[in-house]
Design a protein around this ligand. Structure first.
Ligand code: SAM
Length: 224
């Protein structure tokens, strides 16, 4: 039996070493490119959910936003706090599972979850989407990545829950990952109370590493 939401244990180990953090300290171009829209819409409060070692949280804090970062990895949060201190910028960090976030309703203007919410099965993903919807204000921005069924890892290893795969031969795939196609992604976001503004399928650093890049807004219609 697999523990569905065990991914953070892998990442917690990875974040301890310089080598493990390599490639995870520079903000993503798709995140940076949202900055003008966030400024234009008067965004103030940001949550970097599953923020890793804080590359995006630190970026936004340096740009003057009020930034919170949550993760289940204590080592990742420690590293980010240290970097914030070094740079003399404010960053609030929280140990929290993505399905139960320690924030009040309608608090954030923008939530980012880069390479985070697909860790687990479809049920776990839905729980996170509903929780993100709860803490975001109506009209607020939600930016996330999800795994595409065109990704080369889809259907490799064991299917531990529908569309959820574990490949024990690859260390960062040895815990459950959920994959979806465009239609499924649209349904997941709509059902959780989001309106998709931009959706793109992109290869991340490796050839065939297809992910969905999504930017959405919280709609006012959703009643849990
Ligand atoms: C691939 S890393 C991405 C880190 C960061 N978002 C970035 O882009 O640099 C995934 C992160 O999600 C966190 N994570 C995994 N499962 C989690 C959970 N159930 N609750 C909170 N964080 C989780 C991991 O600890 C890890 O830091």
């Amino acid at each position: 039996m697999y523990e569905m939401t065990s991914a953070y244990k892998h990442w917690n180990k990875q974040w301890q070493s310089c080598r493990g953090r390599q490639g995870w300290t520079v903000p993503e171009p798709s995140v940076i490119s949202l900055l003008p829209a966030l400024k234009e819409k008067g965004v103030e409060r940001i949550l970097d959910l599953g923020g890793g070692v804080g590359r995006h949280a630190l970026y936004f804090a340096a740009h003057g936003f009020k930034v919170n970062m949550s993760d289940l990895s204590a080592h990742g949060l420690d590293f980010a706090r240290g970097k914030a201190k070094e740079a003399g910028i404010e960053l609030s960090t929280h140990i929290a599972d993505m399905a139960t976030l320690p924030f009040e309703a309608d608090f954030f203007d923008y939530v980012l979850a880069w390479n985070v919410i697909y860790h687990g099965n479809k049920r776990n993903l839905i729980q996170s989407l509903v929780e993100i919807n709860r803490i975001l204000r109506v009209g607020g921005f939600f930016q996330a990545t999800l795994l595409s069924k065109n990704n080369y890892n889809f259907r490799i290893g064991d299917e531990v829950s529908k569309d959820t795969w574990v490949n024990s031969r690859v260390s960062d795939k040895a815990h459950p990952h959920y994959y979806c196609n465009e239609k499924e992604l649209n349904a997941l976001f709509t059902d959780a109370g989001f309106l998709i503004k931009d959706l793109e399928e992109v290869e991340q650093s490796l050839t065939g590493s297809f992910h969905w890049n999504v930017v959405a807004h919280k709609t006012s219609q959703y009643l849990p």
